[in-house]
Design a protein around this ligand. Structure first.
Ligand code: HEC
Length: 153
C-alpha cells in the first residue's frame, strides 16, 4: 500500500518532463500553431518542385503546375497570424517581426512575387527557367528566415 503513491509520483514526473520540451500554444486564437501549420504546408508544396529543379524528379506539367498553384494559394496565409499579440512561446519568430514590421512586409512581398513568377513559368516545360524560379522562391524563404526566424530554440 505504501508503494502506490511513489509509483504515481514517478509516473507524474516522467509525464511532466516529457511535456516540458513542448510548450503548449495557450493563446485563444492559437496564432503560433496556425501559422506554423501553414509554413509546414509551404515545405510540402515546395518539396516536389525542388526535386524537379535539382533533376531528381522528371518534370510533369500537370503536377508541377498544381504544386506551384498550391504554394501560391498558401503564400498569403501565415501573415495575418502575426498580430500585435502574436509574439509568445513557442514561437520561433524573432522580435524583429514586430519591431521591423516594414522589413518583414518587404520580405513577404519578395516571397509573393517569387511565387507568382514561379506560377508564370510552371507550365512552360522550360526546365531551366523553372529551376531559376524555384531557386528564387527558396532564396526568399531563406532570406526571411535569416532575418526573422531563430534557428532553434
Ligand atoms: C516573410 C518571412 C518568411 C517567408 C517568406 C517564409 N517564412 Fe517560413 N517562417 C517565418 C517565420 C517568422 C517563422 C517562425 C513562425 C513561428 O514560429 O511563429 C517561419 C517558420 C517556418 C517553418 C517552421 C514551422 C514550424 O512548425 O515551426 C517552416 C518549415 C517554414 N517557415 C518554411 C518556409 C518555406 C518553405 C518558405 C518558402 C516557401 C517560407 N517558410 C517562407 C518567416 C518566413
Amino acid at each position: 500500500m505504501q508503494k502506490m503513491p511513489l509509483i504515481a509520483l514517478v509516473a507524474a514526473t516522467v509525464l511532466l518532463s516529457a511535456c516540458s520540451d513542448r510548450i503548449k500554444d495557450t493563446h485563444p486564437q492559437q496564432l503560433v500553431s496556425k501559422r506554423q501549420a501553414v509554413f509546414k504546408k509551404f515545405t510540402k508544396a515546395l518539396e516536389p518542385m525542388g526535386l524537379v529543379a535539382r533533376d531528381r524528379q522528371d518534370y510533369v506539367k500537370a503536377s508541377f503546375v498544381a504544386s506551384a498553384q498550391a504554394l501560391q494559394e498558401l503564400a498569403s496565409q501565415p501573415w495575418p497570424y502575426f498580430t500585435a499579440d502574436g509574439n509568445y512561446p513557442p514561437t520561433r519568430a524573432k522580435p524583429e517581426v514586430w519591431s521591423q514590421a516594414g522589413e518583414f512586409k518587404l520580405a513577404q512581398d519578395k516571397f509573393l512575387a517569387a511565387t507568382d513568377a514561379l506560377v508564370q513559368v510552371a507550365g512552360s516545360a522550360d526546365v531551366a527557367a523553372i529551376r531559376t524560379s524555384v531557386e528564387a522562391v527558396q532564396t526568399s524563404c531563406k532570406s526571411c528566415h535569416d532575418q526573422f526566424r531563430f534557428d532553434r530554440q
